[in-house]
Design a protein around this ligand. Structure first.
Ligand code: MP5
Length: 217
């Protein structure tokens, strides 16, 4: 099994929680309460905008061959922010809300990882961030009606194009797997597992606000 697949397999219990999560299921069924969707929009907007710092640090540590692709990723995240702003404007909602603690902790974790660890560990975490969202939204895309009003959100992360980007992240990680020393390998597994826990918490937060149930698995 490749490293990228092994990482997902090790966190399968968490992965199952967003395939689907009650939140994404409600979006797919178009039964999501608008206020609950907006809560996610506002927190994810903060996640993506603050997450740019993580990409910036990762970029500064990247080998030359990865600079172009990472610059594109920064551009893609920036484009995505416009999607959030459009939705909020159409709903008459304010995106300048404070971050919930999970949002704050998740972006701080990303930034700390990029600073404290070498490039490959940060890359593995980026793969975890993007792979988990692709899998979550892919499920919604495959389980929603063609006229579902949230289709553009599902397609943003669930499309084949986004899937190809995630496959590229996996490929680059796997190409480095054989040459990793023990400490780096351990850091990848630990940080990836933490990423998966943050993803689960983020969906819980989107659905419930800041009240959480017990962790599965
Ligand atoms: C992503 C996201 C995907 N938007 N939010 C969370 C909580 N996890 C992952 O990142 P991006 O920048 O939207 O591709």
């Amino acid at each position: 099994m490749t490293l990228s697949e092994q990482l997902v397999a090790e966190n399968e219990a968490l992965w199952r929680t967003w395939q689907p999560h009650a939140f994404t299921r409600a979006v797919a069924e178009n039964t999501i309460e608008p206020a609950v969707f907006l809560r996610w929009v506002a927190q994810d907007y903060l996640f993506v905008s603050e997450g740019l710092r993580f990409l910036g640090v990762l970029l500064s540590k990247a080998p030359h061959a990865r600079l172009d692709g990472l610059a594109d990723t920064i551009g893609a995240w920036k484009t995505e922010l416009a999607l959030f702003r459009e939705h909020a404007a159409a709903a008459g909602a304010d995106l300048t809300v404070p971050p919930y603690l999970v949002t704050r902790a998740y972006v701080d974790f990303l930034l700390a990882t990029a600073h404290q660890e070498g490039f490959v560990v940060g890359w593995a975490v980026l793969y975890g961030v993007e792979r988990s969202y692709h899998d979550a939204w892919r499920w919604a895309l495959e389980h929603s009606a063609p006229d579902n009003p949230y289709r553009h959100w599902m397609e943003n992360w669930g499309s084949d194009t986004f899937g190809a980007f995630v496959a590229h992240l996996a490929e680059v990680l796997d190409a480095q797997a054989a040459g990793l020393d023990e400490a780096t390998r351990a850091a990848i597994h630990e940080r990836f597992a933490q990423t998966a826990r943050f993803e689960w918490l983020f969906w819980e937060m989107a659905r419930h606000g800041e009240r959480f149930g017990p962790q599965p698995g």
